[in-house]
Design a protein around this ligand. Structure first.
Ligand SMILES: Cc1cc2nc3c(=O)[nH]c(=O)nc-3n(C[C@H](O)[C@H](O)[C@H](O)COP(=O)(O)OP(=O)(O)OC[C@H]3O[C@@H](n4cnc5c(N)ncnc54)[C@H](O)[C@@H]3O)c2cc1C
Length: 414
């Protein structure tokens, strides 16, 4: 019996076991998946919790409901991976799992401990996050009572999960405070280490214009060094300080500590892999999928989905002795909530930045690329159903894993 061990039963790991269980002969392959948590979190839904659009129950389900029969789910923290000896030690009972092939999908977590001042006595009082389930729910309770002032959203460092989420948060906050009739009492400020609101030029122009029109101030190139929770200010390395009444932080995102303990990661515990095949350059039987991988594309569920599709077919070829097909192109697809029941959609890859146009059908859509529409907002809401019922279960969608230029307008066509 050959052994495949998958570490992490989040978005990527769950999709991997669902796809591979169908493709691998059950008489020849034993498939095991490990996670420390019984609960699966629909993380894109965290964005909606602070504003009361979703309740906690809308974004959680038991992990077991998504693990196919014939796959063993072990609930335990992972202690360490011994890549030289093809084994993984779990914290629970110090159990040792051996493997022929290993898929690492342990994701990324926020690390407020990496910024002095963030985790002190004001954490979850005047300093909040929405990148965790508890954080987003606590922020919802705080916002309900909040009567206005300066709300600063600060991104500590990139990469972060879903790089547009902080912008969505601000645009939804603008909508939320208008709805409550207190927008004139709220100053919205976005501080980012990037030179603009977003990395890619065409998208940056579009999003910057929208933020400006909504009265949201962008402070670019703000490299935060520390927070002074008593004086209520964030301070950059060059000593520039910005005061706040309410700080919503997107702390540093890092790979799990078990990656550091195993000596497999970079300084942020993300694991270097081939960007087209996900294979580790050091270990030909280790693949890394989802946010855990150090890839030059967004850390997003859509990336995990397209990546797993490319990987599953490739893995079957690989174990039959063929070369890996460098098929993954960095495809990312993301709805961006812009408030007032509208949203945008972006679709891009390693080589092509987000461009305007229609998606998925050229000229028809129904979704508009890089343009606000009601349908894009409805698409974002419908995505939750698709996540639980189609994507996690490893079912096929109509969306191609590789990005298509059909329907996109290049800058000279605009
Ligand atoms: C606020 C927010 C909004 C987002 N919005 C979007 C969006 O609109 N669109 C989009 O595509 N993506 C979005 N994302 C990103 C998306 O949720 C992630 O990219 C995706 O979940 C990554 O999947 P993953 O499997 O790599 O990691 P995860 O889904 O985080 O899974 C990792 C799993 O590994 C487990 N694990 C980690 N370490 C250990 C250990 N030591 N022992 C045992 N188990 C361990 C964890 O418990 C977890 O279950 C958003 C994320 C956030 C936070």
């Amino acid at each position: 019996m050959k052994k495949l061990v998958v570490l992490g039963a989040g978005t990527a790991g769950t999709m991997v076991v669902n796809r591979l269980r169908k493709l691998l002969d059950a008489n020849e392959w034993q498939v095991t998946i490990v996670d420390q948590d019984e609960t699966h979190y629909y993380q894109p839904g965290f964005l909606f919790l602070p504003f009361g659009t979703y309740q906690g129950k809308d974004v959680i389900k038991p992990k077991r409901d998504f693990i196919p029969s014939g796959v063993e789910l072990i609930v335990s923290p992972i202690d360490v991976i011994d890549a030289e000896n093809n084994s993984v030690t779990l914290v629970k009972d110090q159990r040792v799992l051996t493997y022929d092939f290993l898929v690492i999908a342990t994701g990324a977590q926020i690390r407020p401990d990496q910024t002095p001042g963030l985790l002190e006595h004001e954490w979850h009082k005047t300093i909040h996050d929405f990148y965790t389930f508890d954080g987003a729910l606590t922020l919802a309770r705080h916002l309900e009572q909040w009567q206005g002032g300066r709300l600063v959203v600060n991104v500590v460092e990139n990469p972060i999960k879903c790089p547009v989420a902080p912008l969505e948060f601000l645009m939804l906050a603008d909508f939320y405070f208008q709805d409550r009739g207190i927008r004139d009492r709220v100053e919205l400020v976005y501080t980012t280490p990037l030179p603009g609101a977003f990395t890619k030029p065409v998208c940056n122009r579009e999003l910057s214009g929208m933020l400006q029109a909504k009265g949201i101030q962008v402070v670019p190139e703000f490299q935060i060094e520390r927070v002074d929770p008593d004086a209520k200010k964030i301070v950059a390395y060059d000593e520039t300080a910005i005061g706040y009444d309410l700080l919503v932080t997107v702390p540093m995102n890092m790979g799990d500590e078990c990656i550091a303990r195993s000596g497999l990661g970079d300084e942020s515990n993300f694991i270097p892999v081939d960007k087209h095949t996900f294979v580790s350059p050091k270990h030909a039987n280790i693949f890394v999928l989802g946010d855990a991988a150090a890839l030059p594309t967004s850390k997003a569920g859509s990336v995990a989905h397209f990546a797993v599709e490319c990987f599953a077919e490739n893995f079957v070829r690989y174990i039959q002795g063929s070369e890996l097909d460098p098929s993954f192109d960095g495809h990312t697809n993301c709805f961006i909530e812009s408030g007032f029941g509208k949203g945008l959609l972006i679709d891009f890859n390693y080589d092509t930045e987000p461009l305007p146009g229609r998606f998925p059908l050229p000229g028809i859509g129904p979704f508009a690329l890089l343009q606000e529409s009601r349908l894009n907002h409805l698409g974002k809401l419908a995505f939750r159903w698709m996540y639980w019922n189609i994507l996690l279960k490893g079912r096929n969608t109509l969306l191609p894993a590789r990005m298509s230029m059909a329907g996109k307008m290049t800058p000279h066509q605009n």
